[in-house]
Design a protein around this ligand. Structure first.
Ligand code: AMP
Length: 190
């Protein structure tokens, strides 16, 4: 199985590149952000619990996020593997994911990181806000909260996966097709 954590700050291009990787490697896409947004739209209990966090740009509490992710993994017992997009975002989540996969004789193959600097991210997110209709992309304060949450809680995961020899960084600025090729060669040469 190929289990990839696609890593990078908000606006790095994780969603765009996930779509291309899924098609090529026949993987299941698990985007925690997409799942939360779908739950909010469908007015589920989970959606009600998650909404204030998404609206303000803060991370949803670990316990809730981990439980949701594990139940999503269990829905795809016969897959070739997963692309985890937007998960894990904290060290607690990363440890929980390792333990959960270990209990199923699985593991994370690698963390692929899209490296993009902050000014470029702000520009991209505001632009995406105009097209995507995502409220959290339209408010500069919420964008800054998301970048701050990333720097504080998520960036340490680079160290977590580096210490397992699983971190691969790729330049996330440039043509979509070029970045995709960099990601594919990182996977194929693993
Ligand atoms: P994203 O679509 O990945 O940018 O996520 C949008 C929002 O969903 C984030 O700002 C968080 O509020 C929430 N979220 C998504 N994934 C996670 C996660 N792994 N842990 C906590 N909150 C998350």
């Amino acid at each position: 199985m190929l289990n990839i954590v696609l890593f990078g700050p908000p606006g790095a291009g994780k969603g765009t590149q996930s779509e291309k990787l899924l098609a090529k490697y026949n993987l299941v896409h698990l985007s925690t952000g997409d799942i939360f947004r779908a739950n909010i739209k469908n007015e589920t209990n989970l959606g009600a619990l998650a909404k204030t966090y998404l609206d303000s740009g803060q991370l949803v509490p670990d316990e809730l996020t981990i439980k949701m992710l594990e139940s999503e993994i269990d829905k795809h017992q016969n897959s070739n593997g997963f692309i985890f997009d937007g998960f894990p975002r904290t060290e607690t989540q990363a440890k929980a994911l390792d333990e959960f996969l270990f209990s199923k004789n699985q593991s994370i193959t690698m963390m692929l990181a899209l490296e993009v600097e902050e000014n470029e991210l702000r520009k991209r997110l505001l632009l995406r806000g105009k097209d995507s209709g995502r409220a959290d992309d339209q408010n500069p304060e919420v964008i800054q909260n998301r970048i701050d949450e990333y720097n504080k809680k998520t960036l340490p995961l680079k160290e977590f996966y580096t210490s397992q020899n699983k971190y691969k960084g790729v330049n996330g600025v440039g043509e979509i097709a070029t970045i995709f090729e960099l990601l594919c060669s990182a996977i194929d040469n693993n």
